[in-house]
Design a protein around this ligand. Structure first.
Ligand SMILES: Cc1cc2nc3c(=O)[nH]c(=O)nc-3n(C[C@H](O)[C@H](O)[C@H](O)COP(=O)(O)OP(=O)(O)OC[C@H]3O[C@@H](n4cnc5c(N)ncnc54)[C@H](O)[C@@H]3O)c2cc1C
Ligand code: FES
Length: 276
């Protein structure tokens, strides 16, 4: 975390990339006198669209190059729609990085299975970059990704590149096929039974809507992945981002400080119980 978590640092938009009809990626560079902090895969920033508001967005770039800050956002409401209207050279405020990270160190020597749906891939992309840069430290690396339709797939070109790697097993499915889609059809959980990994020696990382995570957990458990090897990332509305305001309460936890990445066995009693 930065020294003063309330301090909003100005960044400028270097590039805007349309990912899908409602999702875009901003590449940001630090403003004058701002030193971009390092970040761990899974952490998020509070992004402030000046005069509109502030929202938590995961960092989706490469942790090896923190000076190039990357965020991929789906435009769903007031702030994210305003963010979508930013252009190259515009300013945006950044606080962070905040929160816990994916267990990329603990996963050394294990197979790693990433299961994600929709806009859940951006929060996991820093992990993918890290794992792919150190494949010798890990066993099998597997990415299972589900999107509503082919038009909802983010990072399509990058996924094609990942597909070509012999050391990365990537499987994508869509709920509903449209256009030229000839790939898997079905929810992401249908990919789990046939995925190639050693369940007892696997670390699983999951991000998606809570309903998707609720169905993914039993599928991994059926394969024999122990609860203590499963990590999930939670979302709650946030205000401060660093454990001060209580806005993001989740059972006895604050998602901004104790999460967003949680080891599943630690939050099991509270998971799936609605807004507790
Ligand atoms: C730790 C953390 C990391 C996150 N990382 C990302 C990320 O990398 N990319 C990203 O796009 N989002 C991410 N989010 C979600 C993002 O913060 C919200 O989408 C955002 O706060 C919405 O703000 P808004 O002002 O645009 O929408 P609001 O005006 O607050 O909401 C407008 C409408 O959208 C609905 N809504 C709000 N949030 C969502 C949502 N997530 N999905 C669907 N509908 C929603 C509301 O129910 C409401 O009806 C993250 C959230 C957390 C807590
Ligand atoms: S957002 Fe304030 S405590 Fe989490």
């Amino acid at each position: 975390m930065t020294e003063n978590p309330m301090l909003v640092n100005p960044y400028s938009v270097k590039k805007v990339q349309e990912e899908t009809y409602d999702t875009f990626t901003l590449e940001l560079e630090p403003g004058k006198g701002v030193q971009a902090p390092s970040f761990a895969p899974g952490q998020f920033n509070m992004l402030y669209v000046f005069g509109v508001g502030e929202v938590p967005i995961s960092i989706s770039g490469d942790p090896a190059t923190p000076e190039m800050l990357v965020h991929t956002t789906r435009a769903v409401g007031t702030v994210t729609n305003a963010m979508r209207k930013l252009h190259r050279g515009d300013l945006i405020g950044v606080r962070g990085p905040f929160g816990t990270s994916w267990p990329v160190e603990e996963a050394k020597g294990h197979d790693v299975v990433i299961v994600t749906g929709g806009i859940g891939l951006p929060p996991l992309r820093p992990s993918v970059y890290h794992l792919l840069s150190k494949t010798q430290d890990y066993g099998k690396l597997v990415l299972l990704y589900g999107a509503r339709t082919p038009e909802d797939i983010v990072y399509g070109r990058e996924i094609d590149q990942w597909h070509k790697r012999p050391d990365f097993s990537v499987d994508v499915t869509v709920d509903r096929a449209t256009g030229q889609w000839r790939g898997n059809v079905g929810v992401v959980t249908t990919l789990i039974p046939k995925a190639n990994f050693d369940p007892a020696n696997t670390i699983a990382m999951i991000v998606g809507p809570e309903i998707m995570m609720r169905f993914t957990l039993p599928e991994l458990q059926k394969r024999g992945v122990p609860d203590e090897n499963i990590y999930i990332s939670m979302e709650r509305n946030m205000k401060c981002g660093f454990g001060f305001c209580g806005h993001c309460q989740f059972g006895p936890f604050f998602v901004c400080k104790d999460g967003p990445v949680f080891r599943y066995d630690r939050v099991k009693p509270f998971f799936g119980k609605g807004e507790i």
